[in-house]
Design a protein around this ligand. Structure first.
Ligand code: HGY
Ligand code: MN
Ligand code: MN
Length: 584
């Protein structure tokens, strides 16, 4: 049986021989990595092999890609695949293609080779290592065919490393347990949606309540004391032996954006629950109470206000929000009452800062930084501040055919100028981003000049002064556009969240755990908002990011991660939790 220890002690030739087949027909990678031994962990070995490829020549990288077979291609038909590739392609049923699927793959193979000059490479065993479906493979193939060459070469190499990771697991007899559990749980609750297609889990909908009940059940099974609080937060408490101990909080949100991903928020709930279950099964307690919170609402989809769950925990829930109505005219208060919650009890949810040791949140990065650096984990330095507005523009609806261009008060044309104003004002300024995510001509008609237009603004930056200056300029710009076009404007601020720095103390503890796992510590800013920025108002916070696949995409069904990265995040979080003392 090959082990990490045997790989570290074999002579170089033995090491190369033991890793034969990990990288398809490319022993040069193990040959160059041999001198970097001993490896402290499997993660360190993977990074060393990755580093050999990153520092190789362009020709060598191209040679590595070209050493791979096509999917269900000529080599497969001729029975010339390596044992590993044969097993992998069979695991996804690529040896059972229908005539139509087979023809599609042949066409895609030909187009892809013509376009890029190397074969399409995909870790067909997928995020959990159990195998993608043929449909998912073909969809990914068609999607990546549209990539630019540099992006596609980078993605193909990442897939080569993912294939190597899966083959190393098989060689060393490694099977992600906590990571696989978290992926399976995310799949289960990821199937419960407000919409027929895709994952939408908005505050207090039937899917949302079903998800809360399931999370609570998993918390109970993990040996936690549980309850669902007055705003719908699902709380699991893993008590210390000392009843007077302080509490470390962890968690994230379980609501989603419309047509969102399965891991945004949910990873940060499910991972600590799986860890507590492992601790519970071992009868291991921590020197402090550990509280895992599934925050009920962070995205602001149904009632347009965000952080409802975490703001109740920090004692900052604005009770006026209870009168906010959703698109169907249902107030938040009504929605709470109809789902068995008691709005009057919301103020009692607030935690006392003096009881807390801190708050740590595990979250997918929702961007490409870790992916492009080939790193599985990152430590967050700060969370960007954000300002969100809703804007209503009112012009004059009139006949599209008879109204001369110079006599129009076109609300949509004004909105179009505003979109470009946001884009230009926020371009070229480090960490500043601006987005018009919603843009709507209510009850518009093809032959009517838009008399009304609704849009949203989302402006963010690591530095609050940078963000607020951009907001001022954009609001002034909107007024100037509307004045020039004879448009009436109304706008509402719906979110104003200051940038939240992470605690150096907790960052260092988290970073040390990352390094003990054999991964270099890498610190990065969070452009996305998180519950941690709310919690930062009452306690020290830290965040651990995990790598996002598919180019780092998020708030999209293509959002993905691997069981191996979830496993590593679990290992690091557990090590971090054990490293904290009762006084943290
Ligand atoms: O929008 C955000 O940054 C977060 O995903 N709610
Ligand atoms: Mn989100
Ligand atoms: Mn999130």
């Amino acid at each position: 049986m090959t082990t990490l220890s045997s790989l570290n002690t074999l002579d170089a030739a033995g090491f190369v021989a033991a890793l034969n087949g990990i990288y398809e027909h490319s022993p040069w990678i193990a040959q160059r990595a041999a001198s970097a031994r001993p490896f402290a962990s499997l993660a360190a070995l993977k990074l060393a092999l990755q580093d050999v490829v990153d520092t190789a020549s362009e020709d060598e990288r191209l040679g590595l890609l070209r050493a791979h077979p096509e999917l269900a291609g000529k080599a497969a038909i001729a029975g010339e695949l390596t044992a590993e590739s044969t097993g992998e392609q069979a695991a996804s049923g690529l040896n059972l293609c229908s005539a139509e699927e087979y023809a599609t793959l042949q066409r895609l193979n030909a187009e892809y080779n013509d376009r890029f000059g190397f074969p399409f490479i995909l870790a067909v065993k997928g995020p959990t290592g159990r195998g993608l479906t043929r449909t998912a493979i073909i969809d990914t193939f068609a999607r990546r065919l549209k990539n630019g060459r540099a992006d596609e070469m980078a993605e193909a190499l990442r897939q080569v490393h993912r294939i190597a990771e899966i083959r190393l697991n098989a060689l060393l007899g490694v099977t992600p347990s906590i990571g696989a559990q978290v992926m399976d749980w995310a799949e289960i609750i990821g199937a419960w949606s407000d919409a027929d297609e895709g994952l939408t889990c908005a505050y207090l909908t039937p899917a949302h309540c079903r998800t809360a009940a399931q999370i609570e059940a998993w918390m109970m099974d993990a040996g936690m004391q549980t309850h669902i609080d007055a705003v719908g937060n699902v709380v699991g408490r893993y008590a210390a032996t000392d009843p007077n101990a302080k509490t470390l909080m962890t968690g994230s949100h379980y609501d989603t954006v419309r047509n969102g991903g399965k891991y945004d928020g949910r990873l940060g709930i499910l991972l600590p629950v799986a860890i507590v279950r492992a601790l519970h099964l071992r009868g291991e307690r921590l020197p402090y109470h550990l509280e895992v919170v599934g925050f009920a609402e962070e995205e602001g989809v149904r009632f347009r206000s965000t952080f409802l769950g975490s703001s109740a925990v920090t004692g900052q829930f604005d009770l006026d929000r209870l009168d906010t109505q959703d698109a169907d005219g249902v107030s938040m208060r009504q929605a709470l009452l109809e789902t068995g919650h008691h709005p009057a009890a919301i103020p009692s949810i607030a935690r006392r800062p003096e009881d807390l040791l801190g708050f740590v949140e595990v979250h997918i990065e929702q961007g490409p930084v870790l992916l492009e650096r080939g790193l599985p984990l990152g430590v967050v330095t700060a969370i960007a501040g954000s300002s969100r507005y809703l804007v209503e523009l009112r012009g004059v609806a009139s006949h599209a055919g008879t109204t001369p261009m110079g006599m129009r008060r076109d609300a949509a044309a004004a909105a179009a100028e505003i979109v470009l104003l946001v884009e230009s004002r926020c371009s070229g300024v480090p960490s500043l981003v601006g987005t018009v995510g919603q843009l709507e001509v209510p009850a518009g008609s093809v032959n009517v000049i838009p008399g009304a237009c609704k849009l949203s603004l989302d402006i963010r930056a690591a530095d609050d002064a940078v963000r607020l200056a951009a907001v001022d300029d954009i609001l002034a710009g909107i007024s100037a556009i509307c004045a020039r076009r004879g448009i009436d404007e109304k706008l509402w601020k719906i979110v104003e969240a200051e940038a939240a720095p992470c605690s150096p103390r907790l960052m260092d503890a988290l970073g040390a755990a990352v390094e003990r796992a054999g991964v270099p510590r890498f610190d990065l800013l969070s452009g996305a908002g998180h519950d941690a920025m709310q919690m930062a108002q009452i306690t020290d916070v830290a965040m651990l990011f995990t790598r996002c696949g598919n180019g780092g995409i998020s708030h999209n069904p293509l959002e993905t991660m691997t069981a191996d990265d979830a496993e590593l995040a679990g290992q690091v979080l557990l090590d971090f939790l054990r490293s904290l003392s009762a006084g943290a």
